[in-house]
Write a protein of this length. Structure first.
Length: 149
């Protein structure tokens, strides 16, 4: 996954987005110079590359919190409300996850333990509801991400 890509590699994401845009143009039978790549979003319901990565990371965190992921992953996802010394914090009521300390500036922020928590904590409260099923969470999350376009 391409989480928190360094500025030196952002051209790779840009190139991947261009490939997806070209594929959308082929499907929609439009020319390169036609405006309106909204076809990618409106008809294909496809997120941009960066938002797609964010979507996949949030889905994985949801699976970890509901014990649907491998054990080695859900050990990273500790809700603040589950830590006895932090239960009184406002963030414990919001469904936030505990951030680990980042040891390496180059790789630490791109790890699942950090990027998953930062993406999860940035979601609105209605998406962090524990009563949501995986399919309804996916639907609401995609709707939330599409609202920025």
């Amino acid at each position: 996954m391409v989480v928190g890509v360094d500025y030196r590699y952002s051209h790779c994401i840009h190139q991947l987005q261009r490939v997806l845009n070209s594929a959308a143009r082929i499907i929609s039978n439009t020319s390169k110079f036609d405006r309106g790549l909204n076809f990618l979003r409106s008809q294909l319901h496809r997120l941009d590359v960066v938002d797609r990565v964010r979507f996949r990371v949030c889905i994985q965190v949801f699976r970890c919190l509901h014990k649907m992921a491998p054990e080695y992953l859900f050990t990273y996802c500790q809700p603040i409300s589950g830590i006895s010394s932090r239960r009184q914090l406002r963030s414990a009521d919001c469904g936030h996850l505990d951030f680990p300390r980042v040891k390496l500036a180059s790789y630490g922020g791109r790890s699942f333990a950090y990027a998953g928590h930062s993406n999860w904590n940035s979601l609105p409260a209605y998406l962090k509801d524990s009563s949501l099923s995986l399919s309804s969470f996916r639907h609401h999350l995609k709707t939330f991400l599409f609202s920025f376009y």
